[in-house]
Design a binder for this molecule. Structure first.
Ligand SMILES: *Cc1c(COP(=O)(O)O)cnc(C)c1O
Length: 394
């Protein structure tokens, strides 16, 4: 059984996007930048397990997710790549880090202590990524306080610093000078981290004696570096460093208002079918609140997808869908399970294909357009495609 409204996920498009992005950033021959593929939030609504496995097929060696639970789900789905967890760990069940072999981000001193205790309990050396807050004021060790906070973290006997990263707050705003300021703060912070790391590694080696598989031996000499989300990747190659962390671009969308010449294809399209067609007389209302009033005899197509499927209420009276190769307006209120479109003058019958996101004939609507219509970002449009909608992979 499958409902008429389905999300088609084109895994070949995903792999091709991955390859184009890889080629785009791998320009430095001696030390090519590689990709940490971001698959958090069920791979932006596309289905984390299927997306992760397809990315591995395409060559991805590191994936990133939001929390330990997402990481554990990826591991259970058979993912073998390294899995980086972005989120804070202070209120998480840390066993999952070890059970699912995840790489944590350490972004607060409290998390550092908790993860050190857990790693000692498991008698493991755990590699981690250190997150620096360079001005977003969300997670991360403050860039201007590292002298106070780093020594304890770097001295943690069971924790090995593998990478250092930051996250930009305004990469998608070409006007914002804050982006460049964050980059400069990050580069100064990197110097401090490297310097402290050298010092602490020296100490750890002296303290560990010889012959044991000690932390001093496994600690990395020079942690690798990453910073760029999709917008930063497009904006400035100086922030590519060793890895970039695209999410949205992998799914074939460019973060607004930016543009790109990288040939990317949207991975997800959303399709439905007309379930009923109704003739309405002039001067009547349609749907909850009778928000749409007919001025002339009107033909309404009823489409079985509503706000419970993630289609925003604000699409009513603003959005469009594609039927018979034409853009037709969504009229009246979006209901929980249905929406209504004005198909007056078109020869529409039950069973006709409806494209909500995607193309039909010469017309197309992408998640970026839908987001602009309702005043949000394409990220939200994708992530909110409901769990009731089956993802069909091809
Ligand atoms: C979500 C996220 C990304 C990816 O962002 P996009 O804008 O989708 O490329 C990168 N880094 C971190 C830390 C994130 O949370």
């Amino acid at each position: 059984m499958i409902r008429p409204t389905v999300a088609r996920v084109d895994l070949n498009a995903l792999k091709t996007n991955y390859r184009h992005l890889s080629a785009h950033v791998a320009v430095e021959e001696s030390r090519p930048t590689t990709i940490i593929a971001v698959v958090k939030a069920n791979a932006y609504g596309h289905g984390a397990a299927q997306v992760a496995r397809a990315l591995e097929d395409a060559g991805a060696t590191t994936l990133a997710c939001a929390d330990i639970e997402e990481g554990a789900a990826l591991r259970s789905a058979g993912v073998r790549a390294e899995i980086l967890v972005f989120g804070a760990l202070s209120v998480s069940d840390l066993d999952g880090l070890f059970d699912a072999r995840l790489t944590p981000t350490i972004s607060t001193p409290g998390a550092a202590r908790a993860v050190q205790v857990a790693a000692a309990k498991y008698r493991q050396q755990l590699r981690y990524h250190l997150k620096i807050d360079t001005g977003m004021n969300r997670l991360g060790f403050r860039f201007d306080n590292l002298r106070r906070t780093l020594p304890e973290l770097l001295a943690s006997p069971n924790l090995d610093l593998d990478a250092v990263y930051t996250h930009f707050a305004t990469a998608d705003n070409p006007e914002s000078p804050h982006f460049n300021e964050q980059r400069l703060r990050f580069e100064r912070a990197l110097e401090e981290v490297r310097e402290s790391n050298r010092r602490v590694r020296g100490d750890r080696r002296e303290n560990s004696g010889t012959g044991s598989a000690s932390s001093a031996i496994s600690a990395v000499a020079s942690p690798y570096v990453h910073a760029a989300n999709s917008a930063a990747l497009l904006r400035d190659s100086r922030v590519w460093y060793d890895c970039v962390r695209p999410g949205l671009l992998l799914y074939g969308l460019v973060p607004p208002p930016l543009a790109s010449t990288i040939p990317l294809t949207p991975v997800m399209t959303l399709h439905s079918r007309v379930v009923a067609v109704k003739g309405v007389r002039a001067g009547e209302g349609v749907g909850y609140g009778l928000k749409f009033n007919t001025e002339q005899p009107t033909t309404i197509a009823i489409i079985p997808a509503g706000y419970a499927d993630g289609l925003d209420l604000r699409l009513g009276g603003r959005g469009v869908v594609l039927i018979r190769g034409r853009r037709v307006p969504i009229v009246g209120a979006v209901s929980m399970d249905m929406l209504t479109a004005d198909v007056t003058g078109l020869d529409v019958s039950p069973g006709d294909e409806v494209v909500i996101i995607g193309s039909q004939g010469q017309e197309r609507i992408d998640a970026r357009e839908m987001a602009a219509t309702i005043g949000t970002i394409p990220y939200e449009v994708l992530c909110r495609i409901g769990s009731r909608i089956e993802r069909v992979y091809d």
